[in-house]
Design a protein around this ligand. Sequence first.
Ligand code: NIG
Ligand code: FE
Length: 420
Amino acid sequence: MADDLLITNASELVTLKGPRRARAKAEMSQLSIIRDGAVAISGGAIVAVGKTKSVLKEHDASGIERIDASGKVVMPGFVDPHTHLVYAGSREFELEMKAKGKGYLEILKEGGGILRTVRDTRAASPHELFRQSARRLESMISHGSTTIEAKSGYGLDKRTELRILETVCKLGDDYPADVVPTFMGAHAVPEESAGNGDAYIDFVCSEVLPEVSKRRLAAFCDVFCEKGVFTVGQSRKVLTAAKALGMRLKVHADEFQPSGGAELAAEMGAISAEHLVKPSDDGIMAMAGKDVVGVLLPGTPYSSLSKDYADGRRLIDLGVPVALGTDLNPNCWNESMQFTISLACHKMRMAPAEAITASTVNAAAALGLEKRIGSLEVGKRADAVVLDIATHAQLPYRFGTNLCSVVVKDGKVVWEKEPF
Ligand code: NIG
Ligand code: FE
């Protein structure tokens, strides 16, 4: 049998073999590690997983590209299930304002915040928007992300929202990563609709969503359900319209205060609720009862200089299947799932194994892709990373450097660390 690629001799092959659904509670600690492990890949899919000796016995290695992963960890490529990848400009000036104690509203008044990025994004040419977003995507791939969700929401008018989603689709076509588009027209009320959130929601539902659906520009719809942004009623309206068009649902829920977002996600049958820094107990139990994936984003409080992180430990213990994402956006310019995993263990009381499950198979489940990616099992796509560490427990422990030595997407080496 001719194989495309063999990865052998991994000190730990972290397979995450298990049920093809989001993992909850103690399942999140089970990584199914094979010591001295190997993976054989053919046609972009995994065809064998096991001890190096037994994989080599069945798969002739002669003439086949081979990666020797001696002394290294091999695991599934990271799945980043929550990003705002496509925007123009940057907002580094806000960091000093935050350090001086300025709040969100003051920053907004002084020309920062979401609406600043909306202005920059509307003004950018399609080429410039693509170029700036592509630089970020390249960096994410080099840090081991092989599937990346990307939301719209910095256009807030029909033309720019559609342009962002077109850009997301083009990035997926041009780069070796699956880029999954989510429509999030209800990310903020734009300046021209200030004080009239209801009218903006009606516009999103009647003018933009149908076009997104007709042109198949996004399979998911998200909404920022939060006191002071969109109410539960407004959010329900957007989600109901999206559901009627056959889209799957996500909710930015309870980021700053309990706002009914977790409850709404469960009520609407959403695939995930995201942020969850301040969910109510009822909201958490409703999510656990409906297997709504909780996507936690520790980069956001980090970049916002906030002490309030989602309580990953408690959410896991109460039965919510937890995933992790970067939340890459101009407030939180975090391109690395490795850093996100480290933050989850340092700030959200998650164990290294739980954070790895949350960044692979559970993150895949937050995108409805758990049967295709997220674990190293026969039949799944061959998306993998070779990390320059001898044990997975070093992944959150060593932060601030890129631990990837090779990134494999669909069975092809797409990025490699240059040796000295
Ligand atoms: O997910 N929470 C809502 N929106 C973004 C931040 C947007 C911005 O500040 O540009 C987020 O963190
Ligand atoms: Fe977000």
